[in-house]
Design a protein around this ligand. Structure first.
Ligand code: ATP
Ligand code: MG
Ligand code: MG
Ligand code: MG
Length: 562
């Protein structure tokens, strides 16, 4: 590619409104431009890096038996209403109305769309498992879009969804995805860690985040200094469970007042039995543990034990096991559920929960501002303490340290959360209609570009790793008016291209200083300068990352590339 023909609007000054290194340099080196808050255009260099990231992701997903599809970004509201997320997703969901007043969302994620697609197509267990992925723009009306590509309102995501007849099959695919993600982030040259995470509004069971270690990361990771233990100590304490209908939302809003205090009052208000109301949650804290008693993924009597010190699901246990473990009485309330999205992590988490949201495992019954003292049994909250640096790691190996991380990937076991709501079933080997068991697997493709940009730069510009560099070789004739230099530059350009090198030829009539400064900014791994010694066939080669320079003569170069 000739530089005169492409579009690389480099800037000499650091843009004032960019406050992290990656964003500054992506702007300065002419890779991206902001359109409006959280919305960016990728210019030719940025697009090439993005595409290389995509290619690596595609290769590893395909190697892991995931197959590419392309789903609509414009999604009818009805799908989101089926799962209740039309009401619970909140302001992050971009909503719009068509000319006939039908409501739509711009895809923030695609669980609804893909589940609705498969429910009509896959009827038999014989067709499972199936793992589909896409690479597509996602839209989220982030409250605070910032740090350039790191938190956009329109951004590129790779999202994959797997469908299974059995839990074992999901477990297997989850492991395969875990490995695929490890391969992807390793190939991208990122310094990352897979951490145990909790699920936000998406819901579900086991999940891991892939975190790039970085000072500017918005997440805090607690990890052991001498084992592979690592967990996200996200601060979100309480999220709302999903109400299932507009009426339910209205009901919820009505009860969401501080004076709706007791279950008796709530049950009278909603005209449902107290028992139904009360089937919500019990907390029992014993030193480091918060116990969440849950029907989990609709499996009666699943009990989650959360380690309050590390936000870690330590294990799944039966009620009996928990009883034994913590010596607590749980029988009185029967099967109990804490909405999957209530989480207990941070210093003020307990307080938040005391004024929290609870959800019955019944359609639409969720209450804000419940009072645990009055509404259900709570014991020993005071004894809670939270993880600190220097604590012993929960796996008994080593000491807890904290680090900042950028979430670049997230994998979940969704279970039947979506397939049940959407009545997406297949016939199992006994001919019984059964909801698919699902997993989902996301990577923030454009965020990854920024994470790499953050990690690979020096004072003069980018130092891209080979895997994602926009080009492999930058040919820089110092003076295009010099016939020898120009001809040699063009000859090498053709030669490298025909040998399948990705090469950029700086054929601009710019001063040498400008050309070199731009070359350093853009950060192509190998720069070949064609200067005064061109007449003798000598080229100056510079390794952008190490700064090493050496000379090649023209013949050596030809030998190298042919
Ligand atoms: P975050 O915690 O950063 O808001 P998330 O947990 O909401 O991210 P997921 O729903 O797990 O995001 O989406 C999968 C991936 O998409 C994330 O791991 C992240 O890499 C990427 N991603 C999410 N939100 C954004 C955004 N606003 N801009 C760029 N990438 C994003
Ligand atoms: Mg988010
Ligand atoms: Mg997150
Ligand atoms: Mg996430």
């Amino acid at each position: 590619m000739k530089q005169s023909a492409t579009f690389i609007p480099t800037l000499r000054e650091t843009p004032a409104d960019a406050d992290v290194k990656s964003h500054q340099l992506l702007l300065r080196a002419g890779f991206i431009r902001q359109n409006t808050s959280g919305i960016y255009s990728f210019l030719p260099m940025g697009k090439r890096v993005l595409q290389k990231v995509e290619t690596i992701i595609r290769e590893e997903m395909e190697a892991a038996n995931s197959v590419e599809v392309f789903l609509p970004a414009l999604q009818q509201a009805e799908l989101w209403q089926e799962t209740g997320r039309w009401y619970s997703y909140g302001d992050e969901l971009m909503r719009l109305t068509d000319r006939n007043n039908r409501e739509f969302a711009l895809g923030a994620t695609h669980e609804e769309v893909i589940t609705s697609l498969l429910r009509d197509e896959i009827k038999s267990y014989k067709k499972l498992p199936l793992n589909l992925f896409q690479i597509q723009s996602k839209f989220r009306d982030e409250k605070r879009p910032r740090f350039g590509l790191l938190r956009g309102r329109e951004f590129l995501m790779k999202d994959a969804y797997s469908f299974h007849a059995t839990k074992e099959s999901l477990d297997e695919t989850y492991e395969v995805m875990m490995q695929a993600y490890t391969n992807i982030f390793t190939r991208l040259g990122l310094n990352f860690r897979a951490v145990i995470a909790d699920s936000g509004a998406i819901g579900g069971k086991d999940n891991h985040e892939f975190m790039v270690l970085s000072e500017i990361g918005e997440d805090t990771i607690a990890y052991s200094d001498s084992s592979s233990y690592a967990a996200n100590i996200e601060m979100a304490a309480v999220n709302m469970e999903y109400p299932k209908s507009e009426e339910a939302v209205k009901e919820m809003e009505k009860v969401a007042t501080p004076d709706q205090k007791t279950i008796a009052e709530v049950s009278a208000f909603l005209n449902v039995s107290q028992e139904k109301c009360i089937k919500t949650l019990v907390f029992k804290a014993d030193e480091d543990f918060v116990v969440v008693l849950s029907r989990g993924d609709h499996e009666i009597n699943d009990v989650k034990v959360k380690h309050a010190t590390g936000a870690t699901v330590v294990e799944m246990a039966t009620p009996e096991e928990v009883k034994e473990l913590l010596n607590c009485e749980i029988g009185s309330l029967g099967p109990i559920q804490l909405p999957a999205s209530i989480r207990v992590f941070a210093d003020n988490a307990v307080k938040s929960i005391v004024n929290g949201v609870t959800g019955a495992n019944e359609e639409g019954f969720h209450y804000i501002n419940v009072n645990p003292e009055k509404d259900f049994a709570v014991e020993a909250f005071a004894d809670l303490r939270f993880v600190q640096e220097g604590d012993q790691s929960p796996d008994g190996q080593g000491t807890i340290r904290f680090a900042k991380g950028i979430e670049v990937g997230h994998i979940f076991k969704l279970g039947t959360r979506y397939s049940e709501d959407m009545k997406a079933t297949f016939l199992n080997d006994q001919g019984r209609a059964t909801p698919y068991i699902m997993g989902c697997y996301g990577i923030g493709v454009s965020r990854v570009v920024a994470a790499i940009a953050e990690q690979f730069q020096d004072d003069s510009g980018f130092t891209w790793p080979d895997a994602v560099a926009p080009y492999e070789v930058h040919l820089v004739p110092v003076n295009m008016k010099d016939e020898t230099q120009r001809t040699l530059g063009e000859e090498l350009h053709e030669l490298l291209k025909s040998n399948r090198y990705e090469v950029l030829l700086d054929d601009r009539n710019e001063r040498a200083g400008v050309k070199f400064a731009d070359a350093d900014l853009i950060g192509i791994p190998l720069r070949i300068t064609i200067g005064k010694k061109a007449a003798e066939g000598i080229l100056e080669v510079k390794d952008r990352r190490t700064g090493d320079t050496f000379e090649w003569n023209r013949e050596e170069l030809l030998e190298q590339v042919q």
